[in-house]
Write a protein that binds this ligand. Structure first.
Ligand SMILES: Cc1cc2nc3c(=O)[nH]c(=O)nc-3n(C[C@H](O)[C@H](O)[C@H](O)COP(=O)(O)O)c2cc1C
Length: 347
């Protein structure tokens, strides 16, 4: 069966995300310093990294990537097995293609069939109807739903949406949903103003989806036959760290995705108030470059590293981590001042 234009697009996203993957991201983590504690008075055996978010055992998830073509179905099976082996939550790529072409559902369902007891997050764009949202959740027997908001990606995509009214649809989906709904940016970051709007319509979970990691303006630009004026948007938006500073004082539960490349990045995001962290491009890179077993081993080594980092910092758990001193680079202090935000302080 010839693959549809939508399926081809999914393959292109994977190919281009890997092509542009950089081992060092620009999400702002290098502008955040945790202060070394010479006398931690903690042992690794004392440390818990439980995030107290849903029933997650780890404070990070494999975040939304793919599905919708034969090749990405194979990838989802690999990702589903890794999530299962490591007890990591995992999010699906956007399932809208499978709602339009039901034959493609089988390229998403391995996330569940390979991971029968795992925490699986369904994924759709924020213009979906609540009926579509329920269908996406049912397709994966999902435990939560991510609704992605991606104005910049849509703007750069030749075939992208030109209508960015999303709040009513999000409110409808939240009102009808039987599972938690996470509103997720995909790489241009969050603002405190948006959080206020989301809070007002009943949203309880956001993924700040900051700039600095996988860059969909760059990816969609590369899909055009000739680069257009859109190249100017390649560095647009708030980095993941800036986004975390935006949402400091929020009552919402915050997940931080975008440019996470090391366990230390995870620890910094958690220190800045994230309840958990999402990782996509790095996992894709490991799977494509080194294969499923090596990707699993890499993620397992991150799991082993997290409690050691916390112990070395003298934090017995994530609440204690959030009390630790942190030093911000001048650019971040400047950002905080101009945006009239508060500096991170112990909570
Ligand atoms: C190949 C690929 C496809 C993606 N597709 C989706 C998607 O369908 N829905 C979504 O919400 N995010 C999608 N994302 C965005 C990721 O979930 C994540 O927000 C983004 O890649 C930033 O994280 P990273 O820097 O760790 O890659 C995709 C990412 C990649 C690499």
């Amino acid at each position: 069966m010839p693959e549809s234009q939508q399926s081809h697009r999914k393959d292109e996203h994977v190919f281009l995300a890997e092509k542009y993957f950089r081992a060092t991201a620009d999400a702002g983590f290098e502008q955040v310093r945790l202060v070394h504690n010479p006398l931690p008075e903690t042992a690794v055996s004392d440390v818990s990294v439980t995030p107290h978010l849903f029933d997650w055992q780890w404070p990070f998830l494999i975040n939304a990537m793919t599905g919708g073509s034969q090749q990405t179905g194979v990838l989802n099976a690999q990702l589903g097995r890794i999530a299962h082996a490591l007890h990591l939550p995992i999010a699906s790529g956007s399932q809208s293609v499978a709602l339009r072409e039901p034959a493609l559902a089988k390229t998403f369902t391995p996330l569940r069939s390979e991971n029968p007891d795992g925490f699986v997050l369904a994924n759709l764009g924020a213009s979906a109807t609540w009926q579509q949202a329920q269908a996406a959740v049912a397709m994966l027997d999902a435990n939560a739903l991510e609704l992605h908001i991606n104005a910049i990606q849509e703007a750069v995509m030749p075939e992208g949406d030109r209508d960015f009214h999303w709040l009513d649809a999000i409110a409808d989906i939240v009102a009808h949903s039987h599972v938690p709904v996470i509103v997720k940016e995909v790489g241009n970051g969050m603002t405190h103003e948006a959080l206020t709007q989301l809070t007002a319509i009943g949203v309880q979970y956001v993924d700040v989806g900051g700039r600095g990691g996988t860059n969909f303006a760059q990816i969609e630009n590369a899909r055009r036959s000739a680069p257009g004026p859109w190249t100017a948007l390649a560095d647009f938006g708030q980095s993941t760290v800036e986004s975390l500073l935006e949402v400091q004082a929020s009552p919402l539960t915050v997940i931080a995705t975008g440019g996470v490349r090391s366990p230390l990045d995870i620890v910094k995001a958690l220190r800045l108030g994230a309840s958990a962290v999402g990782i996509s491009g790095q996992v894709l890179h490991w799977v494509i470059q080194d294969g499923e077993a090596a990707a699993q081993a890499q993620l397992a080594s991150w799991q082993a590293t997290l409690p050691v980092l916390l112990a070395a910092l003298g934090a017995a758990d994530l609440a204690a981590l959030r009390q630790l001193p942190v030093v911000l680079a001048p650019e971040l202090r400047n950002y905080v001042a101009q945006r009239q935000l508060t500096l991170p302080s112990p909570d």
